[in-house]
Unconditional design. Sequence first.
Length: 284
Amino acid sequence: MTTLERFRNFWPRDRVFDFLVPQTPPDLDLTHGVILYLEGITVSFGGFKAIDDLNLYIEDGELRCIIGPNGAGKSTLMDIITGKTRPDAGSAWFGQQINLLKMTEPEIARAGIGRKFQKPTVFENHTVQDNLELAMAGPKAVWPTLTARLNAAQRERIESVLETVGLQAQIHRRAGALSHGQKQWLEIGMLLMQNPKLLLVDEPVAGMTQQESERTAELLVSLAGPRSVVVVEHDMEFVRSIARKVTVLHQGRVLAEGSMDDVQHDPRVVEVYLGGEPCSTLKN
């Protein structure tokens, strides 16, 4: 069994492991300044509409937070963007020319959309550097072993990502020995090795210490600009610390959208979260 086959057997089936066969993402047509278009998206499960005629637009380089009560459709929305779930109706475009609904999950990942799941999944028996090497985008068809010689550009890329996620001092440490927060940052680093243009992050601070949450907030804010970042999160204090624009989902639709101040004072949002009680802040 090859190294690649061993890692494919290890990697959970709900993850896109094809990043182990790296390819450079195609150029995107962003002439209108929007990187993701979702229009009229509807998806039903057994007659229940998880997403109901949803419209969502993500601008190039923005940091967007998506919130909503349980069952609002947040995870289903992420599944649609990454190709895990096919909608019954609607359109989904990445830039002006890439039709996401005609692509497989691996094709979408290679096109430049990276997804960070809530539970970190790294190769725990290998070092931080090994994990980043395996995730490296580039012209090679297959990395036959973890001992492949790196060129200067590849070493520089790894060092840059390590600095971004704050794991320089952990480079030779086994990933399984990292803290929960450090594993989350490592998985974000693995996605960054692919140079994604759109990064989807699902509940990044669940289970983190306060210090780790603060560091994660700084990291996500720093990632926006060169790429677009969409964060789904239940922790409202965390959302408030990073939010530039917030989308509130309810029953599969966009209920409200705007600044955190705007949405937290929207009567419809107050009704959904707190049963109509007036408040100055949203709670979980």
